[in-house]
Design a protein around this ligand. Sequence first.
Ligand code: CA
Length: 249
Amino acid sequence: MRLLLVEDDDRVASALSAVLGKHGFDVRHARSGGEAIQALLPDGGPEYDCVLLDLGLPDQDGFEVCSRIRRRSATPVIMVTARSDVRSRIHGLNLGADDYVVKPYDIGELLARIHAVVRRPPLRPGAAQSAGPATPPGGSPMVTLPGADGAAPMTLGAVVIEPSTRQVTVDGRPVALTRKEFDLLALLAQRPGVVFRREQIISEVWRTAWEGTGRTLEVHVASLRAKLRTPAMIETVRGVGYRLVVPAG
Ligand code: CA
């Protein structure tokens, strides 16, 4: 798997390159936004499976680099940054980043996220305009948990999700969810705190493109909130999508 690491700090870059190399990645290091854009030009060299993009770069802001990458390439972009505020995350996702990882991060988590964006069918802003249903290649599983084959139960406050049996309990009591409600919850629960874009949710849960689903997603979110009896757990991020908020304690 080929990876473009955009990072101006050489020490960070070489440490990360070494770890990623051990995990089978072929890493190229770009020290600036300009170098990254250059590397992603059609004649700039080989194609990359994923870009890890630091936001604090010497020549231009990482957000600007992300939108420039997006204009010319569908390569998945994971923003890697110390900026942990929600507005930065939302801004990054709006610019077309596929994921957003906050420093300091666990290397295992970073690897899981890289694998998640690489195996996800590409979702581009332009995909919303494409005609007909978007069928992801290979019929990949609807919900995949990094490294767990979907087997490990997920505990989110009072809510426990059992992916292997598709059972959900709240305070130990089973809750009857529809197929799509379960898929929606399991998808959001893969990465608590991370905003999932509407298009992404519709594509992964309904296996269809943006149009024609009307208010289906909103309706499912509303019924899921009611059934889980913790409406605040699924947070609406206005104009973007939804994210799962794990109750404290
Ligand atoms: Ca930096």
